[in-house]
Write a protein that binds this ligand. Structure first.
Ligand SMILES: [Zn+2]
Length: 295
């Protein structure tokens, strides 16, 4: 079972989270044709969105997305409904080989990644989108710097993924109402110490030990409490309705032409490989409905 644990430290407004993904990660990447670097980058991104989504405690979606001309021309990692993840990436190295020894984040050109928070209902919070500058140190550093420089809560990430195992460790300053300016020096010291300790965790520890054991090993000198975990699963949110939007993008003439040639028009979900098929009658209905709406 893939789990996400939350823990808090005593006497300081800092909380942490650990997520460990094996099965859900394998299910999320099974339809993606990726190089090892692409698989690892997507794994780190899936761990990151799980951590961010849990910290927000809302029933919407958190998405990291990049698009460009790099070796990875598209990357999408999403956590929705609190504990479902899905992701996709297009890895051009699989299509044509290219020289250069780029690893990790430099696979994405444009050096930017978008983070979007889409609540299920806008009563909860407004939709939000931010642009993350990618750093060559990797996704975790890029996210930590983004949260530090934006209006968001002070947050830091350790992310790791290889050999089919992805995991993330996240530390965050809790929002406080009191004026803690007199405690700031103490807080900064504690924050720095906990981050240095978090930074010493290895890939093997973070992916193979239980989260309570990782927390015990890293932070044994700091009093803490760890909570019951929640399960993270692979889950898609594609639907017949959304696939019809893709049919409309094809255009009526082209859709009919495909049906004449192939018998049906099919739309495959890039996240879960589910196939939605349409015949001539259904295509006519879809476009008739579209015409109704636009008039
Ligand atoms: Zn799907």
């Amino acid at each position: 079972m893939d789990l996400l644990h939350q823990f808090v430290f005593s006497n300081t407004p800092i909380r942490g989270r650990i997520v460990q993904l094996t099965r859900s990660y394998a299910e999320a990447v099974q339809y993606q044709d990726l190089t090892v670097e692409g698989l690892n980058l997507l794994g780190e991104a899936l761990a990151a969105v799980s951590l961010v989504a849990d910290s927000l405690k809302f029933d919407g979606s958190v998405t990291l997305q990049a698009q460009g001309q790099g070796k990875i021309s598209k990357l999408v990692a999403e956590c929705h409904g609190g504990n479902f993840i899905r992701g996709l990436a297009i890895d051009n190295e699989k299509v044509k080989s290219s020289e250069g020894e780029s690893v990790g984040i430099s696979l994405i050109s444009g050096n930017q990644l978008a983070i979007s928070l889409l609540p299920k209902s806008d009563k909860q919070m407004q939709p939000y989108q931010g642009i993350i500058e990618l750093k060559k140190e990797g996704l975790a550093q890029s996210l930590s710097s983004y949260f530090k420089s934006s209006e968001q809560l002070l947050t830091s990430f350790v992310l790791t993924c290889s050999n089919g195992k992805s995991a993330g460790l996240f530390l965050q300053k809790l929002p406080t109402n009191e004026d803690t300016s007199s405690l700031n020096d103490d807080f900064d010291d504690t924050w720095n110490t906990l981050n240095i300790l978090a930074g010493t965790v290895t890939h093997d520890e973070l992916t193979s030990l239980s989260a309570p054991e990782v927390v015990r090993r890293l932070f044994h000198e700091h009093q803490h409490r760890i909570f019951e975990p929640k399960e993270i699963k692979f889950g898609c949110r594609c639907s017949s309705e959304k696939s019809q939007d893709a049919v409309i993008l094809v255009g009526y003439k082209e859709a009919i032409q495909i049906i004449e040639e192939e018998g049906t028009l099919s739309v495959d979900c890039s996240f879960c490989n589910k196939r939605y098929e349409y015949d001539r009658e259904q295509i006519t209905k879809i476009f008739a409905r579209k015409a109704d709406i636009s008039h």
